[in-house]
Design a protein around this ligand. Sequence first.
Ligand code: NAD
Length: 465
Amino acid sequence: MPELAYTPLDEIEKIHAELKAGFKSGKLNSIAYRKYQLLQLGYLVQENADRLEGALKADLGRPGVEARMVEINPSLGEILSTYKNVEKWAKPESPEFHMNFFAMRPKINKVPKGTILIITPFNYPLWLAIGPIVGAIAAGNTVALKPAENAPATSALFAELIPKYLDNDLIRVINGGIAETTKVLELQWDHIIYTGSGRVGKIVATAAAKHLTPVTLELGGKSPVVVDSTCDLKTVSKRLLWGKCVNAGQTCVAPDYVLVPRSFHDTFVKALKDTYDEFYPPHAQASSPDNFSRMITPQAFNRVKGLLDATKGTIVAGGQTDAETKFIAPTIVTNVGADDSLMSDEIFGPVLPIVAVEDIDEAIRFINSKDHPLALYVFSQDQAVKDRVFKNTQSGGFSVNEVLIHPGVEGLPFGGVGSSGYGQHTGKFTFDLFTHLRGSIDSPSWLDRILSFRYPPYTLKKYKA
Ligand code: NAD
């Protein structure tokens, strides 16, 4: 792994104080200055796209096309659409007209919260940092970014490029591992957004509670796929296998496992295997080293390999592993029971277990017996099936006949529910997340001609007049 210079522990408090002072400086009161910073961020990504692609390759073995498709271009898209909309989003709003209050000129003002802490994970180290930075700056906040130490090349690039392109008073990078993040979390922030595992999410929320700091937790979980016999087989097998294999399955909204009616099981598995042979002839490692990401660390490799070694299911495609290159082939496993090793936790690797169920109702019961997932996928052409699954389950997001891309769909909120997290972001939702709605009134003196009943001495006569 490339070396990453950690921020010295004794500098963290200074950075925090400088960002607080940066907020007080009032520079970001100017929307034009916010837009200038957004533009600079756009140039940072655009002018360094090749280097960012290289860093993602170094960190995750990420194929170049995938890096552009799921990180670099969506980051630019988020910057541009926020740049275009920030004036509109930042405009004060008026509440609904009310006879009793309109003369007080009530206003809903969109004011920044202050200094935002963003803690990001290794798996989408660029997009998950850029999106929150964009929303925080657009809303007028200063920002501390604590990128993932497990994506050292990307995190090092942030430390190099952010001071070059952006105003140092307003945004800073703090690099480090647990010790540095622990130190960061001792300090008072005005909002924390954490993306990562639920285990660390609890640590973050606990630390934030000591300062009554609002928190957004973007977590993970096992995102199920329900396949019904009316589905378009070619579409489901392509989209599903692609969605599982992007970033070698290390995607928070990756389809984790499939629930398929027993009567349709064999037809579905055959279609999936045909697509597998099309995507990865004869298998990903040998045929296309630039077609498939690697596991992030030896520990991550060992964890997923351990799950595969322990499964009681039948591996019908893939299964090859190579510790040296942290490679796990895209793998399809059938005959997987509810108590299988692959069904305990989020897999976060390129292994797709298929669980046979009697019917859609059993699939719904299965999903509801587990924590609320971040994403829920249904492949069906039957509207009644789509509706039944939607109405009888809970999940962060819901996609029909599609996987993985809903977080990037402009205008949709992205966030979890229950153990997959709380709070939403992307686009305007990120702007709103880091905005305090400061209600205000400006009451003219002449109103006392109408409202003088409120002053003592109280009399019923005055009140009713
Ligand atoms: P990770 O190991 O990269 O950790 C994430 C961040 O937590 C890092 O910045 C790390 O420094 C910090 N951290 C780790 N241990 C800590 C501790 N003890 N105290 C304080 N900070 C600590 O990433 P991860 O947690 O393995 O990420 C994978 C998880 O993230 C998966 O569950 C995935 O589903 C989830 N995820 C969710 C989303 C989403 O948008 N909801 C996106 C990506 C990943």
